[in-house]
Write a protein that binds this ligand. Structure first.
Ligand SMILES: [Zn+2]
Length: 64
């Protein structure tokens, strides 16, 4: 199976974790996995997402 993989390393999955959980407990809550293009997006991702632990929308930051 020889596919043309032009952008094989540009995209990777990153974990987003709730910033409020992070301050309230020592357990990390990686709630979301998103695909990120590392060539076009060099900054850390920061998204407003629903956290099932906090039961509300919170800021989720990319975990490194
Ligand atoms: Zn949370």
């Amino acid at each position: 199976m020889a596919d043309n993989k032009k952008n094989k390393d540009a995209r990777r999955y990153v974990a987003l974790e709730c910033t409020e959980c992070k301050t309230n407990s020592k357990v990390s809550h990686e709630n979301y996995f998103v695909q990120k293009n590392t060539k076009t997006t060099t900054d850390r991702l920061e998204l407003n997402k629903y956290c099932p632990v906090c039961k509300k929308h919170t800021v989720h930051k990319e975990k490194k």
